[in-house]
Design a binder for this molecule. Structure first.
Ligand code: ADP
Length: 488
């Protein structure tokens, strides 16, 4: 709801990608800055400690303690020594083992002097102690507490250095770095906006093409970027979808053109016959003849309409294909027997054979329709004296149905088209068929996941070979057998 009220730019994926890129980059930069800041601090600490350690090692050469009195001796002619001592004594504290202060520099006092008890406790520690002291105006003081022994007596010596100067490095880093983050984020935002725009360009193209798509522009495709990424597979899927749509659309177009063409012939016939009758018929018999002829055409018309309806139902997936074990050999046997009388009348020898266990997984009604069509065609296109042989052969994963005739055959140029709707060879008698039988056969085969193939030689005969998947290769038990078993 809320997102609907936002401007479209803000709702866009590009904006959200660029924004998340900026946020993640901002978090990353800040994290890196914080880590660097602490790294820098600890490097400075280590550096200062090593300097203090050097001071500590040099102290012994200058400090004498006699009768509770500390004396510092330097050669005044060596300016480095004078300077060293001056710097050392700026932040220094010396106490005896009981916490009595022998010397405490004013620099030290600013940061606060420990109580005698505390000094005694630290003096007892055999290992050096490191501490930091803070003062609002003076900054930070790093201190080393350690035992100092001379003439058998133990003292506590504390020396230190102020760290405010080296800490300037950290401060400068923090200032420069964190001030530059907004600038880096602006650059990152532009970069994110640009790259996400580039990455999403195919999506926009897709949307534009989809919007432009209509029945007349189904040929539109989007060029693959060749990156092999998710967007390329989206483009690929889109192009394939468009190709399928184009094919289906073409099919529908062809279907309606073919259908109207096919329907026009009998309608013109009926009209012609009725008009002629109206103008020329002189008696009832002539009218009767005209009406009978017209009725024949009406019959043909309703056959076409019925076949078209069934085919369109089939192709739009409205006919449900059952999956049950069907004995193809049995179907062939039954149907061939029915056709044998008609074949014999035409003087055509019809033979059939079947392997045992020729169960296929399919729909009995549709498989019967398939066999009927092939058998009817074989007989229809075989002249008297010829023969038709039907066989069902069981192979490893399929059952093969072969319908071979010694009929008129087909020229090679027709073979790729015989499964198309309304395809008929010119020589055919228009009364003998609609050119829809084989397209229906092809659909049934496809719906069963099978394959069909035709071989033919003009004047010699034609062979149709259909392979259909067998029921679960291990031999699926037919449903009736299962039911019988369950009832026992
Ligand atoms: P029809 O109803 O016209 O037979 P089909 O789709 O069944 O339509 O067949 C398409 C065309 O293929 C037929 O017109 C015919 O010319 C040819 N055809 C089909 N089967 C055979 C066959 N066994 N021998 C020769 N030609 C055939």
């Amino acid at each position: 709801m809320l997102s609907k009220r936002l401007p479209s730019v803000v709702r866009s994926l590009r904006f959200r990608l660029a924004l998340s890129y900026t946020i993640i980059f901002g978090i990353f930069l800040s994290g890196v800055g914080v880590v660097f800041r602490y790294q820098l601090d600890s490097v400075i600490d280590e550096w200062m400690e090593s300097l203090i350690e050097d001071d500590w090692n040099a102290v012994g050469g200058f400090l004498r303690i006699e009768n509770g009195q500390a004396t510092w001796s330097v050669d005044p002619r060596v300016p480095q020594q004078v300077f060293f001592l001056e710097r050392l004594r700026r932040n220094l504290l010396l106490s005896d083992a009981d916490g009595n202060i022998l010397e405490a520099s004013s620099g030290y006092r600013i940061f606060g002097v420990e109580s005698a008890g505390e000094l005694t406790r630290i003096a007892a520690s055999a290992t050096p102690v490191w501490r930091k002291k803070f003062h609002k105006a003076e900054g930070e003081l790093l201190l080393r507490y350690g035992q100092f022994s001379t003439q058998g007596d133990k003292y506590l010596l504390v020396i230190g250095r102020r760290t405010s100067e080296p800490r300037v490095i950290t401060r400068l880093f923090v200032e420069d770095y964190f001030l530059s983050i907004p600038l880096m984020l602006i650059v990152a935002t532009f970069f994110g906006w640009f790259t996400s725009g580039r990455a999403l360009r195919p999506v926009n193209e897709l949307a534009e093409t989809a919007q432009k798509t209509s029945g007349s522009s189904l040929h539109l495709r989007i060029d693959s970027r060749g990156a092999g990424d998710e967007l390329d597979s989206l483009i690929d899927a889109f192009n394939k979808m468009m190709a399928r749509l184009e094919e289906n659309f073409d099919q529908v177009k062809r279907f309606s053109t073919d259908a109207s063409h096919e329907l026009r012939t009998p309608i013109t016939g009926i009209r012609g016959q009725l008009e002629v009758a109206l103008m020329t018929a002189k008696n009832t018999d002539e009218y009767r003849d005209a009406v009978i002829n017209a009725l024949e055409d009406v019959d043909r018309l309703s056959n076409i309409v019925r076949a078209l309806l069934m085919l369109s139902q089939a192709e739009t997936g409205q006919i449900e294909i059952k999956r049950e074990p069907v004995d193809l050999g049995g179907i062939v046997g039954d149907l061939a027997e029915q056709f044998s009388t008609g074949a014999a009348d035409e003087n055509i020898g019809l033979t059939w054979s079947s392997d045992s266990d020729s169960l296929v997984s399919g729909d009995r009604t549709q498989l019967e329709r398939l066999v009927t069509n092939l058998l009817a065609n074989a007989i229809k296109y075989t002249p008297g004296g010829g023969s038709v042989a039907v066989s069902v052969v069981r192979r490893e994963s399929v059952v093969e149905l072969v319908v071979a005739d010694t009929g008129i055959g087909l020229a090679a140029e027709h073979l790729p088209h015989v499964f198309e709707r309304f395809y008929r060879v010119k020589r055919d008698d228009p009364e003998k068929g609609l050119g829809l039988g084989l397209s229906f056969v092809a659909w049934i085969v496809r719906a069963h996941g099978g394959a069909i193939d035709v071989q033919s030689e003009l004047g010699k005969g034609t062979t149709f070979r259909v392979s259909l998947p067998r029921t679960g290769s291990a031999g699926m038990t037919p449903v009736p057998a299962l039911l019988a078993e369950a009832r026992q």
